[in-house]
Design a protein around this ligand. Structure first.
Ligand code: HMG
Length: 381
């Protein structure tokens, strides 16, 4: 059987962030509610010249060499904050990365879950096309109405994964537990720039769905819960992952060992919710911050509102340390700049559907959106 999975992984998050103590003061909340109650320290905020395309390019570019580019024949962009109702953002990314013209380009959507679907499809594809590679990028800006409980759980990031028959970071196991149910916990109608969210209900349905996905995984003969060395969860805020971990541990009568989740939350605690990228950012955090994972099993727990959940296993490769984000970007947070509330407000009030605009330069380096002409977005590398 051909081994397939993730060959390399890298992430990118915007340079600007808001410390949650500033938001707490503005919203008259105790900062401890955000720091300890939600388990979040800060969230990244996209500048006006940043969008899902610039973040996707910034995540993928440092990780790809000429040989990869020659072998990539499919690019999939997973997002729920698309920039066009028709054209796939993957096509802009394809151009900016200078990929082969003989390449498929597609965008996929199902709230925070779609990157997991794309990873499964990509893995099945490379099983039958062992000389090809799929570039999968999850990229999202999470933005909620201001002065609501959800505001503290915003964020932005992209994660790029190269999927191939050389799974030098992690092999993907065939067994997956899945669960779907029609619920309205979080959704964004076409005319809304921010989602409608029933926050408390969404946390309950998240817990139910991941437990159901785990049960389905078990019914197919998957590993026992205590056989995993590390767990990565979709993290709208890190306390959510902790609650899910405690819930599955309780139902399986397994002792809760939070040391097996903590390292997978470090990046998300700083970056905030990055929707489709969140689970894969948690994976970046785990493989970057742990040096003892070679040959170990890692549980991936995916959730997207609406809702779909999936529980699957990655088997970490012996040489994973050569293919983790640290290799492509040794100091991912070195350029972060703290925002005050007024500048956060300016960035939050971005208008994404302008017909014509010259976008002010705010990013100090890398791919940026510089102009919109007749609704056509123009990017600079
Ligand atoms: P809230 O009203 O701020 O909640 O909304 P709260 O008052 O229950 O407080 C939160 C926690 O802080 C509680 O802990 C409090 O006790 C604690 P818990 O009881 O849950 O363990 N707390 C404190 N702790 C320490 N010091 C204090 C203090 N005060 C209170 N002084 C909510 C929270 C998550 C609902 C809100 O932020 C929200 O609506 N967020 C957006 C929705 C969301 O993230 N849902 C998660 C599941 S759905 C999902 O993951 C999908 C999603 O990513 C979208 C997609 O799939 O596309 C969102």
């Amino acid at each position: 059987m051909t081994k397939v999975g993730i060959e390399k992984i890298n992430f990118y998050s915007p340079d600007f962030y808001l410390d949650l103590a500033i938001l707490a003061e503005k919203n008259q909340q105790n900062p401890s509610k955000y720091y300890n109650g939600l388990g979040q320290k800060s969230f990244c905020v996209a500048s006006l010249d940043e969008d899902i395309v610039t973040m996707a390019v910034s995540a993928a570019k440092p990780m790809l060499n000429d040989a990869d580019i020659a072998q990539i024949d499919t690019i999939i962009l997973a997002t729920e904050t698309g920039i066009d109702q028709s054209k796939a953002a993957a096509i802009w990314v394809h151009k900016l990365l200078n990929l082969n013209p003989n390449c498929r380009a597609i965008e996929v959507k199902q709230a925070c879950y779609s990157a997991t679907f794309a990873l499964q499809m990509a893995s099945n594809y490379v099983k039958n096309h062992i000389d090809k590679k799929v570039l999968l990028i999850a990229s999202d800006l999470s933005r909620y109405q201001q002065n609501t409980p959800a505001e503290a759980t915003q964020g932005a990031a992209a994660v790029a994964l190269l999927v191939s028959s050389q799974p030098n970071l992690a092999q993907i196991d065939d067994i997956a537990g899945i669960f779907t149910e029609d619920v309205m916990d979080f959704y964004r109608p076409n005319n809304c720039s921010t989602p409608i969210v029933d926050g408390k209900f969404s946390t309950q349905i998240y817990l139910k769905a991941v437990e159901k996905a785990y049960d389905h995984y078990q019914k197919q003969g998957g590993l026992a819960f205590n056989q995993f060395a590390q767990y990565c969860y979709h993290l709208p805020f890190t306390k959510m992952g902790q609650k899910a971990h405690e819930k599955i541990a309780k139902t399986t009568e397994t002792e809760v060992d939070l040391t097996k989740v903590e390292k997978a939350m470090v990046y998300n605690r700083q970056i905030g919710n990055s929707y489709t990228a969140s689970l894969y950012l948690s994976l970046c955090s785990a493989v970057d911050l742990r040096d003892d994972l070679a040959g170990q099993s890692l549980a991936m727990v995916s959730y997207g509102s609406g809702c779909v959940a999936e529980f699957f296993r990655l088997i970490i490769s012996e040489n994973y340390q050569e293919n983790r984000p640290k290799i492509f970007n040794p100091q991912p947070f070195a350029n972060r700049k703290a925002l005050d509330f007024d500048n956060y407000n300016l960035f939050w009030n971005r208008i994404d559907n302008q017909a014509d605009a010259i976008i002010p330069q705010q990013k100090s380096s890398g791919c940026r959106l510089h102009e919109i002409r007749n609704y056509q977005r123009q990017y600079q590398l």
